[in-house]
Design a protein. Structure first.
Ligand code: C2E
Ligand code: MG
Ligand code: MG
Ligand code: MG
Length: 279
């Protein structure tokens, strides 16, 4: 009995310690080291054309292989990386790594030449004056063409400094890189600006896709986003498709592309190769 109690309190203490250790302060200091030691890895989630079920590309999603906490997901550390201004270095690393990976796949797998790699950027990246230089360097060094890249940025960051944003996005566009608005519908409304931005694609947030099979407001929101996309001659990608009914509904509403656990979770490069690429 005593032993069991001791065991339980030990377990409890341990869980508490774990939570505390995962607190901001620790993670903050660890993040600096993690960048030096390259403790990050990228998982890739396949994206599909919903019309013919063809694989069209992958979204690069960063994970932190923490020496003691194991795999840490971006929602835990991206906000800290943003606060500490480390995000630009991290995103630059992800950008390079993901382009290298895609270039490698294109060279080694014949069915890969038209696949695209989607890479997430944070607001701060767009404020960095050397973003375009960094992109050019990575394109030259990896040999990946701009047309193979899609940059994902969230809605809210686009309207912070609209003139500057238009300028940077235009420079990105001139490299034939596509631009996708991530989590569309969840941020501030940028409807006033959307037609001014060189954007190619709207990503419908998972929160709308979740309950789409019922005839409810989510369904109307998705319908509206898809209609807006086609009005502005943009494509739409639905994220977080988990159930066949959601897929059916999205197809019915005319959503062109999709990704989600129904197709595949984000996977390591090795698993992507075994499951989705063939020599
Ligand atoms: P996001 O760009 O909207 O990415 C989609 C998220 O939904 C990913 O979470 C993905 O794993 C998850 N997801 C995909 N399909 C499903 C599904 O069917 N069901 C559920 N429940 N979830 C699904 P993840 O990988 O944890 O990334 C979270 C967010 O972190 C991303 O949201 C993105 O905003 C950010 N992020 C990830 N990698 C990077 C990066 O390299 N740089 C920056 N700046 N942000 C990143
Ligand atoms: Mg994204
Ligand atoms: Mg998203
Ligand atoms: Mg999202």
């Amino acid at each position: 009995r005593a032993k069991e109690k001791e065991h339980n309190s030990y377990k409890f203490f341990n869980a508490m310690m774990h939570t505390q250790m995962l607190n901001r302060l620790t993670l903050e200091t660890d993040l600096y080291k993690a960048l030096e030691q390259e403790e990050f890895i990228i998982h890739y989630q396949p994206v599909f054309d919903l019309i013919d079920d063809a694989l069209v590309g992958f979204e690069a999603l960063v994970r932190w292989q923490h020496p003691t906490h194991g795999l840490v997901f971006p929602d835990t550390f991206i906000p800290i990386a943003e606060d500490t201004r480390l995000i630009t270095r991290l995103d630059n690393w992800v950008f390079r790594q993901a382009c290298q990976q895609m270039a490698h796949w294109q060279q080694n797998f014949p069915n890969c030449s038209d696949l695209k790699i989607s890479i997430n950027l944070s607001a701060q990246d767009l404020q960095t004056y050397d973003l375009i230089d960094n992109i050019d360097t990575i394109l030259t060094q990896t040999g990946l063409e701009g047309r193979s890249i899609i940059i994902e940025i969230t809605e809210s960051m686009l309207i912070e400094d609209i003139e500057k944003t238009v300028d940077i996005l235009a420079q990105i566009e001139s490299r034939n890189i596509q631009i996708s608005i991530d989590d569309f519908g969840t941020g501030y409304s940028s409807l006033n600006y959307l037609h001014r931005l060189p954007v190619n694609n709207l990503k419908i947030d998972r929160s709308f896709v979740t309950q789409i099979q019922e005839e409810n407001r989510n369904c109307q929101v998705v319908n509206t986003i898809i209609a807006l996309s086609s009005q502005l001659e943009l494509t739409s990608v639905a994220e977080g498709i988990e159930r066949p009914q959601q897929l059916q509904k999205l197809k019915q509403l005319g959503c062109r592309f999709g990704q989600g656990y129904l197709f595949s979770k984000p996977l390591s490069p090795a698993d992507i190769e075994t499951n989705f690429l063939s020599r």
